[in-house]
Design a protein around this ligand. Structure first.
Ligand code: PAF
Length: 211
């Protein structure tokens, strides 16, 4: 497994893979990997010749400075999990590498990004579209994998690839949960014991309301 920090180096490795007709699968992440991420990597490895995983905490999608500063960063541990999972390339760029200049692009996805999380976190989905489009331009994957935990994010990314005409297949993968129903998430480590105890109520209530 190669760990690559620059777009140029990544492109040169992947150009060689593409010359050899390899199908490229891609899992974009912000690191602090858990079994949910690893289930995406597993599917990516099964369905492609070459698997690329990016680890980048994208500043433009955080509308809360404190959330960005405290987001868990565990690159060494992430790499130790990715190698046995069959990942071929870890792309771990710096913020300067991804944003040599500020990204001033503003996307309009209509209702898809305006409601629910889009309404609560202004600018969040615009930042997601900025970074995921940049990552797609860097990797040029045939397949990309996203977790259904971020259901609205998948809808935004599907709208983005349509608008920008990016030739990639977006694959949605099922949510992984703890035994008590809490969806796996990198941010779960930040819950206090009391919050952790209450958190599964959200999934339970949603489930009951659909019965
Ligand atoms: O879902 C995430 O972890 C992030 O939003 C993503 C897709 C990696 C973009 O930074």
């Amino acid at each position: 497994m190669k760990i690559v920090n620059s777009i140029k180096e990544l492109k040169s490795y992947l150009a060689e893979e593409k010359r050899n007709n390899k199908q490229i699968g891609f899992v974009p992440t912000m690191g602090a990997l858990h079994n949910g991420h690893l289930s995406l990597v597993k599917r990516c490895v099964e369905e492609n010749d070459v698997s690329v995983v990016s680890v980048f905490v994208n500043p433009t999608q955080f509308n809360d400075k404190h959330d960005l500063e405290t987001y868990p960063r565990t690159l060494d541990k992430d790499c130790a999990l990715l190698e046995p999972a069959g990942c071929d390339y870890v792309f771990a760029p710096s913020a300067e590498e991804m944003y040599p200049e500020p990204d001033t692009r503003t996307f309009d996805f209509g209702t898809v990004s305006a409601v629910m999380e889009g309404a609560r976190r202004p600018g969040h989905f615009n930042g997601v579209a900025q970074i995921v489009s940049k990552l797609f331009y860097a990797v040029e994957p045939d397949n990309a994998y996203f977790g259904e935990k971020d259901f609205q994010q998948i809808a935004v990314i599907r709208a983005m690839v349509k608008q920008l005409d990016i030739p990639v297949k977006i694959n949605a993968c099922p949510i992984l949960r703890e035994a008590d129903g809490l969806a796996l998430s990198s941010r779960n480590v930040r819950l206090t014991p009391e919050q952790r105890q209450k958190a599964p109520l959200i999934a339970r209530t949603l489930k009951e309301s659909t019965n």
